[in-house]
Design a protein around this ligand. Sequence first.
Ligand SMILES: [Zn+2]
Length: 321
Amino acid sequence: MTFSKDTKISTVNNGRRNLLVGSAAATAAAGLGIAPTALLAQESSAMPNAIKQTMNIGSMEVSTLLAGTRTAPDPQTIFGMNVSAEEFASVSAENFIPADKNQFFFTPTVVRAGDDVVLFDTGLNPNSITAPLQAAGIAPEDVTIVVITHMHGDHIGGLSGDDGMPTFPNARYVTGQMEYDAWAKTAPDNFNAKVKPLAEKMTFIGDGDSVVSGITSVAAHGHTPGHMTYMLESEGEQLLLIADTANHYVWSLAYPDWEVKFDMDKAAAAATRKKIFGMLSADKIPFVGYHMPFPAVGYVAPRGEGGFQYVPASYQMMLEG
Ligand SMILES: [Zn+2]
């Protein structure tokens, strides 16, 4: 992975008051399983100062975009549901994190690839995604393709506003056929409001299909029925956008068998974590995780006992090679 010297961590002010307010955010959050009132609680004073970080993968320019972050209590109602409170507490302590609260991060990624500007997922609402996009020098009109990894509210919320107006007027859309079909069957309100109206502009793909040259889908089912990750490849460099393969760097990535409330098929999600992180670990491929601590870029190493260790990218971003 090569990081260009003019693309280090941004210090752009994040305008965070706009990130997680409004009924759209509350609706989207409800789809994630977060109580809307909790989502609208006081913002964290520890909010990162930067809301975008850019790196280069070969000739592709990749920016992770912070579309929101917040603190929530009682993490074991979501993570490690099948382990004891004692085990949850000791694993948390070993990893230098509290066991009684969780910091959520929502991190879409935008990729400049050839003539295309490809956005992966859209945050909780239009404001949450357009602010960090702007920090990356990209207007909503510039986005040519929006890829939806899966259809939870925190990924589809920014597709359109409360008035139904699409946020990205010039974009076409790409998503998994299996994912779309699964949500179309139950047709929850959020899907009907955000996804269905755009269906005629959507290309539906399967495992191993190309979005554009150098961007290929990799099936990672379990979190949702058709959840997909995307491999970026350019000039011999690779990076995997893992979306929600793991929703926490300790309580899910490190312990892939720990059950996560949001994983619709828990056994399949655990098997997918082992497969995807096993591959990233063996091949030393960097990845972006939608819910990893911002800037959400890292590596994964074997931890023993079938688990993994998250290794945040840091030094690597300061190389000017
Ligand atoms: Zn998510």
